[in-house]
Design a binder for this molecule. Structure first.
Ligand code: NAD
Ligand code: ZN
Length: 338
C-alpha cells in the first residue's frame, strides 16, 4: 500500500506491507547504494544480491563522524553522483547515519529507508531528523530532511533479537499513552508473542504507529509544540540512560512510569496502574532505584529546560498527552519523593 505524506517542503512515499525486492521499482537498481549493518547483512544476504551494499559495524558507537568519512570514501570509490539514491536498511543507527550522509554528500542526494527494527519502523525512520553523536552527546550534529520514501518489509524482523522487540514496544506504548486510547486497549489484549505470530496484526500495529508519529511531525516539523509530546518518558529516561546502563526502551519505560507519577500530582492523572501493568506485560521495567540528586542534575542539563522551568510531557488521561512547564524547584521536590 502506497501513501504519500506531505511535509513542509518535501513528500515521503510510504510503502506499507511491501518487500525489499520492490526497491528496484522505486529507483533504478544501478543508482541504488544500500547502507546497512553487518548483523542485517548476515541475516539477509540473499535479499541484497546484485545490489551495491555498504555494510557497517553495528551499534550506536558507530553513529559517529568516522563512519561518515568511511562511507563517503566508499561512495567516491563507487563513483556515486547526484543520481545516486542512498537507502538505509537497518535500525535507527543506520537510518540516522544514511539520512545524514545523503544530506551532505554532494550537497544532498535522494535517500530512503527500509527500517528493520521495531524502533526504526515506528519512530527513528520518520520525521526527518538525521544525525550523528559527538563524544557523549547524542545526535549533537545533524539536519532535518525528509526521506523520499520509507518501505516496510516486516519479514526482515524475523532476525531481530527479542530484546530489540521489547525496546521498540516501549515507543509503541508511548504512542498509545499520548495519542491513542483504543490502541492502548488493543495492546492490553495482546503480547509481543501474539504480534510475532500474526504478521497481519503486526503490520497493522506498525502502520498505525508510523502514522501517529507522522501526524505529530506533520503538525510540528521543527519541534515548537506538538512534537514535544513524543518525548513522554524521555526526559527522565535520557537522564537514567546516561547514568545507568539501560537500553533506550527500558529507560523510556521507567521514564514513562515516573511521568505518570508526576502527572498524578500536576494533572490529576489516575491511570498509572494501567500504564505500569501494560509496560510489564511487554517485559519492560517500571522501576529503578536511582540516585535522585544525580538524575536531577542530569535533568538540569537537558536541552528541554527553559530557564527556571522545564517542559515536561505528562498525561491527562490515557490517549491524551500534554506538555506542562514545571518550575525546577517543584520538579526537584517531586523527584526526591518518587
Ligand atoms: P540499532 O540500529 O542499533 O539496532 C539495534 C540492534 O538491532 C543493532 O545491533 C542492529 O544490528 C540490530 N538489528 C536491527 N534490525 C535487525 C534485524 N532485522 N535483524 C537482526 N538484527 C537487527 O538501533 P535502533 O534501536 O533501531 O535505533 C536506535 C537509534 O535510533 C539511536 O541512535 C537513536 O538516536 C535513533 N533514533 C532516531 C530517531 C529520529 O527521529 N531520527 C528517533 C528515535 C531514535
Ligand atoms: Zn525514544
Amino acid at each position: 500500500m502506497e501513501k504519500i505524506i506531505k511535509f513542509s517542503n518535501a513528500a515521503t512515499h510510504f510503502y506499507f506491507d511491501s518487500s525489499i525486492k520492490q526497491l528496484s521499482k522505486i529507483a533504478d537498481k544501478k543508482s541504488l547504494v544500500i547502507i546497512t549493518d553487518e548483523n542485517i547483512f548476515k541475516a539477509h544476504t540473499a535479499k541484497f544480491k546484485g545490489c551495491n551494499v555498504i555494510a557497517l559495524k553495528p551499534g550506536e558507537a558507530y553513529k559517529v563522524q568516522a563512519t561518515v568519512d568511511e562511507v563517503i570514501d566508499t561512495l567516491i570509490k563507487m563513483e556515486a553522483d547526484r543520481k545516486t539514491v542512498l537507502v538505509g536498511v537497518g535500525g535507527g543507527v543506520i537510518t540516522d547515519l544514511t539520512g545524514y550522509i545523503a544530506s551532505v554528500y554532494m550537497r544532498g542526494l535522494r535517500f530512503g529507508f527500509v527500517p528493520t527494527s521495531i524502533l526504526a519502523l515506528v519512530d527513528a525512520s520518520i520525521g526527518g531528523k538525521n544525525g550523528i553523536d559527538v563524544d557523549r552527546y547524542k545526535n549533537l550534529v545533524g539536519v532535518i530532511r525528509q526521506p523520499s520514501f520509507i518501505l516496510h518489509d516486516i519479514s526482515l524482523l524475523q532476525s531481530l533479537p527479542q530484546s530489540e522487540w521489547e525496546n521498540g514496544f516501549a515507543e509503541i506504548i508511548k504512542h498509545a499513552c499520548i495519542k491513542d486510547a483504543a490502541m492502548f486497549r488493543q495492546l492490553q489484549k495482546e503480547s509481543i508473542t501474539s504480534y510475532q505470530e500474526d504478521s497481519r496484526k503486526l503490520s497493522d500495529l506498525i502502520r498505525r504507529n508510523a502514522l501517529i508519529k507522522t501526524r505529530v511531525v506533520q503538525k510540528d516539523e521543527f519541534e515548537k509544540g506538538e512534537r514535544r509530546l513524543l518525548n513522554l518518558g524521555h526526559t527522565l529516561g535520557h537522564a537514567l540512560e546516561k547514568e545507568y546502563e539501560l537500553m533506550h526502551g527500558q529507560a523510556v519505560a521507567i521514564g514513562t512510569t515516573y511521568a505518570c507519577h508526576i502527572s498524578e500530582k500536576i494533572t490529576g492523572f489516575a491511570q498509572t496502574e494501567d500504564v505500569v501493568a501494560l509496560l510489564e506485560q511487554y517485559h519492560l521495567p517500571t522501576y529503578a532505584s536511582f540516585n535522585k540528586q544525580k538524575v536531577f542534575n542530569s535533568l538540569k542539563m537537558d536541552k528541554k529546560r527553559e530557564q527556571k522551568e522545564m517542559n515536561f510531557v505528562l498525561l491527562d488521561k490515557i490517549g491524551k498527552g500534554v506538555v506542562k512547564a514545571i518550575p525546577m524547584k517543584q520538579l526537584e521536590k517531586i523527584i526526591s519523593r518518587l
